[in-house]
Design a protein around this ligand. Structure first.
Ligand code: NAD
Length: 420
């Protein structure tokens, strides 16, 4: 077996228990597991995955293994690895893992390259680091690539930029763009787990406090909705008029971040953009304000600016760093500005990852078994896969739906019938 690099193999037993717990919440993956164990559609395919090393990802790995894939896994974020899960994957499931919670940027890239030493024909990314590294430093892998899949918005943005520049050299499926992914994972998953991260890190009561959500995309909508449910006064800041209007009509206050910063007890970013909380906002932020990020990269809050403004700093709790400014204000940064829901909580609940990862399995099978090779572009998830995942989830939840009658099918597809 390929060697691994994990923190402590002795944590495996605890990891197995937690992976099994998550499995109970993943009925769509369980149904797919039965199907792929019989068909083995990925038999012998070398697959390198770069995902958050969590219990849900471990269950995805189990299903891919049952499908016959020859797997390795590395982390897609230095702070999100659950070391017991890494140990369980290696010790119990025999899947090589390169991931240690808290690894340096240098080790992070060593691990990405270790995963690429596996010589994959398929990649599975959360943030496009494998695809990017193949194109930048491992071009010899390009000719063998059947394709890759991409889990998150930020990765899809990077890949589309590569495709537009004519740089993308193999097909990638944007799993994030499946309805059964972003409508649920980004909205309800990020919504719940971001609030979980804020609360675990600070234990501050949200009721009656002012919380600003920066960015009203799928993640931002979920965070705002759940913060409102906790009794927070929610402000939304945006740069897109349509999204800002939607936030306003959803009942939130909308204003520029500079104004919001002066009154916010919490500022949470979810934009996929850089330095959205910048020095100008930090200069006016309210004393005691908690700064957290749920966007993919740790660049949404300008942490270097905060560090250079600080005259003192301390760590009052795990995942909290308090910066003292010259005028006496204290600003509290959570999880170094990295994904707060993964660093300070456990990431998305298993039940939403169930659908996202079912899309991953079906898209990997699609890349490996499709009749025609796909062009070197960013592809959407085939509608049939999206519908199949929704159908499996509904049936697992015991929900049934109506079907169109022949008369309705005919009516909906004809243009002749109108006002009667
Ligand atoms: N924390 C998680 O577990 C998790 C899960 C899914 C996605 N993500 C990441 O969260 C980020 C957002 O994802 P999404 O699906 O909501 O994206 P999205 O594209 O639907 O929404 C992003 C929003 O941010 C807005 N925005 C951009 N720059 C801004 C600025 N300077 N100020 C205010 N608003 C700004 C955009 O107009 C857009 O409405 C991405 O980085 C994505 O990869 C994180």
């Amino acid at each position: 077996m390929t060697p691994s690099d994990i923190k402590d193999p002795g944590l495996a037993e605890q990891g197995v228990r937690r992976i099994d717990w998550a499995w109970q919440e993943m009925p769509v993956l369980r149904q797919l597991a039965e199907r792929v164990a019989a068909d083995r559609p990925l038999a012998g395919r070398r697959l390198s995955a770069c995902l958050h090393v969590t219990t849900e990802t471990a269950n995805l790995m189990r299903v891919l293994q049952l499908a016959g894939a020859d797997l390795v896994l590395c982390a897609s974020n230095p702070l999100s690895t659950q070391d017991d899960v890494a140990a369980a994957l290696v010790g119990h499931y025999g899947i090589p893992v390169f991931a240690i919670r808290g690894e340096s940027t240098e080790v992070y890239y060593q691990h990405i390259n270790a995963a690429l030493d596996h010589s994959p024909v398929l990649t599975m990314d959360d943030g496009a680091d494998l695809v990017s590294e193949i194109h930048k430093t491992r071009p010899e892998l390009v000719p063998q690539m059947l394709g890759g899949t991409e889990e998150t918005t930020t990765g899809v943005i990077r890949l589309r930029a590569m495709a537009e520049a004519g740089a993308l050299r193999f097909p990638v499926i944007a799993v994030n763009d499946a309805m059964t992914k972003h409508l649920f994972d980004n909205r309800y998953g990020t919504g719940q787990s971001t609030l979980d991260g804020l609360i675990r890190a600070t234990n501050i009561l949200l009721a009656g406090r002012t919380l600003t959500v920066v960015g009203y995309g799928w993640c931002g909508r979920g965070i705002a909705l759940r913060a409102k449910g906790h009794g927070a006064h929610v402000i939304v800041t945006e740069v897109e008029p349509l999204r800002a209007l939607e936030a306003l009509m959803d009942g939130y206050r909308v204003m520029p971040l500079r104004d919001a910063a002066e009154q916010s007890d919490f500022i949470v970013t979810a934009t996929g953009d850089k330095h959205v909380v910048d020095e100008a906002h930090l200069q006016v932020a309210k004393d005691g304000c908690v700064l957290a990020n749920s966007g993919h990269f740790n660049v949404e809050i300008n942490v270097p600016a905060l560090e250079s403004m600080a005259v003192g700093r301390q760590r009052p709790r795990d995942n909290v760093e308090e910066f003292l400014l010259a005028d006496g204000r204290r600003l509290r940064l959570l999880a170094e500005g990295r994904l707060v829901n993964l660093a300070a909580a456990e990431g998305h609940p298993s039940a939403v990852m169930d659908m996202s990862f079912a899309n991953q399995v079906l898209c990997a099978v699609h890349l490996a078994t499709g009749a025609e090779p796909l062009a070197a572009e960013v592809h959407g998830v085939p509608a049939a896969i999206d519908r199949e995942v929704a159908r499996l989830k509904l049936s697992a939840l015991g929900a049934e739906i109506d079907t169109l009658t022949d008369e309705q099918r005919h009516y909906l597809s004809s243009w002749q019938e109108g006002t009667v």
